[in-house]
Design a protein around this ligand. Structure first.
Ligand SMILES: NC(=O)c1ccc[n+]([C@@H]2O[C@H](COP(=O)([O-])OP(=O)(O)OC[C@H]3O[C@@H](n4cnc5c(N)ncnc54)[C@H](O)[C@@H]3O)[C@@H](O)[C@H]2O)c1
Ligand SMILES: O=CCCC(=O)O
Length: 489
């Protein structure tokens, strides 16, 4: 491994932990960050130990009271300045994300816009946190209902959207008056560190946001076990989410869980096929397929399946796979060698079971963790490819013959995050929309993420919502004061 690429890191990128408003080294040593396009070492940064994690919680707990009492307008203005600063520094953030996780620069720029929007949205929501006052139904008392910040929060975020997964949690927490310890994925720690630096430059009070980068989970274990923590918000796989829920039960923490998905995409016989192909392309290949919203199970009506598969394969086959920093790249590398091996195994098993390769189906030779955009037809109903979250650029197509069959097969899944439906029939949109067991449905389109919309899933895709007004509720407690009748005298 060499450090030949480190000169491409934006100069301002911090390499230390951010605790209580100061930057410091980690007690465990160094955390290596690699570039998935080359497999080379990008940089080494601080690796936090348990003592650093406890120090981060100390700082968050110490800052909690004064942050909660900071006027809403001041909290809102900090978030607004952060929105503007992240937007101004879009190129730095985008380059960093492309370097640490591989997505093409154009997509990374899109993530900066998306991620920054949570800062703007929640800056606007901050001043609208309200309680209520009313007479009791009996008329002989009054009720005052007020909202309070939950308290210090721990955020554990994944590597696939390094900025947006952090801002989607940090912005509503700050809006509500909560302080934060953020632990980003060890594969992609740099974006969160730069985000902390930007917050600091925008006037963040010491201790309100702390970032620990770490190779080991004992750091977050220690924080979760500490009674000063009041909330855990996690984005990542369902398996890890379940383990964290068990840990969180010890101190009965408030939790938000944004977990895995395995989105069905339904194409009916009356769909506009151009729209369906474009939607399927976006729903599948955004972020190289490494998205919780990725369409992993394409159910296509038997009458149009051949034509849909042909057109989708043509589209996938025309894409340029390469280093995300290179001009013209459509598809970057997968995040790691292990991730690519997992995708390759799922595809080769499906092909051995009888699936037809319409395009792709192989790893790309050479350095980096590239995999060809792939379309498979005739995927068997019981194939692992339809059962496991693929997290790669592979579109499996299977057919159906009736609306009810499509809905039942789409729902035969333990998770339910996103789903997509393509049809020109409004009644069918409503019927399918009412029956699909998912939290979000794209109708005749392949993109549904938006800061103003409630993001989240049903079944084993998690608990709670992020974004929208619901995203703020996750950080607020409701407290009620029972008041006597003011006319009692
Ligand atoms: N629902 C959503 O909004 C959403 C968004 C993005 C990703 N995801 C899901 O995330 C998964 C991909 O991300 P990933 O591979 O980073 O997931 P992951 O569950 O392996 O890891 C997520 C984060 O948890 C940390 N982690 C792992 N084990 C831990 C433990 N025992 N204790 C504490 N922290 C631990 C990781 O270091 C990482 O920071 C997919 O399943 C995807 O669907 C969901
Ligand atoms: O990976 C899942 C998150 C994707 C998104 O927020 O759109």
């Amino acid at each position: 491994m060499t450090q030949s690429l480190s000169h491409q890191l934006p100069e301002a990128t911090p390499r230390q932990l951010f605790i209580g408003g100061t930057w410091r080294d980690g007690s465990r040593g160094k955390l290596p960050v690699e570039n998935p396009a080359t497999g080379e070492l990008l940089v080494e940064i601080a690796d936090a130990g348990v003592d650093d994690a406890v120090a981060a919680l100390d700082a968050a707990a110490a800052a909690q009271k004064s942050w909660a009492r900071t006027p809403a307008r001041e909290r809102a203005e900090l978030l607004r300045r952060a929105f503007e600063a992240v937007t101004e520094r879009a190129e730095e953030f985008a380059t960093l994300m492309t370097l640490e996780m591989g997505k093409p620069l154009a997509e990374a720029r899109g993530e900066v816009t998306y991620g920054a929007e949570f800062l703007r949205w929640f800056s606007e929501e901050t001043v609208r946190i309200a309680g209520r006052y009313r007479p009791s139904p009996e008329g002989n008392a009054r009720q005052l209902v007020t909202r309070r910040p939950v308290g210090p929060c721990l955020f554990i975020t994944p590597w696939n959207f390094p900025l947006a997964m952090a801002t989607r949690k940090v912005a509503p927490a700050l809006a509500a008056g909560c302080t934060v310890v953020l632990r980003p994925a060890a594969l992609t720690p740099l974006t969160s560190l730069l985000f902390a630096k930007v917050l600091q430059e925008c006037g963040l009070p010491d201790g309100v946001v702390n970032v620990i980068t770490s190779t080991q989970h004992d750091t977050t274990d220690a924080i979760i076990a500490d009674p000063r923590l009041r909330k855990l918000s996690f984005t990542g796989s369902t398996g890890v989410g379940k383990a964290l829920l068990k840990q969180a039960s010890e101190n009965v923490l408030r939790t938000s869980m944004e977990l895995g998905g395995n989105a069905p995409l339904l194409v009916f016989e009356d769909a506009d096929l151009d729209e369906a192909v474009q939607g399927a392309y976006l729903a599948k290949l955004r972020n190289m397929g490494e998205a919780c919203t990725a369409a992993n199970r394409m159910f296509v009506h038997a009458d149009v399946a051949e034509e849909f598969g042909r057109r989708l394969a043509e589209k996938f086959g025309s894409l340029t796979v390469g280093d995300g920093l290179a001009e013209g790249t459509d598809i970057g590398p997968l995040v790691s060698e292990q991730a690519r091996e997992g995708v390759a195994q799922l595809v080769s098993d499906a092909v051995a079971e009888g699936a037809r390769v319409l395009t792709g189906g192989e790893k790309v030779d050479g350095e980096g963790w590239f995999y060809q955009p792939t379309v498979l037809a005739d995927v068997k109903a019981n194939s692992a490819l339809l059962d496991e979250e693929i997290f790669g650029p592979v579109a499996p197509i299977t057919t159906f013959t009736s609306e009810q069959e499509a809905i039942e097969r789409a729902n035969a899944c333990s998770v339910g995050l996103a789903g997509y439906v393509f049809t020109r029939d409004m009644d069918r949109i409503l019927r399918v929309g009412e029956q699909l067991e998912v939290g979000m449905i794209g109708v005749n389109q392949g993109l549904l993420s938006n800061a103003a919309a409630p993001f989240g899933g049903v079944k084993q895709s998690g608990l709670g919502r992020e974004g929208s007004h619901e995203g703020l509720e996750e950080y607020l407690e409701t407290v009620y004061l029972a008041l006597p009748d003011p006319y009692r005298g």
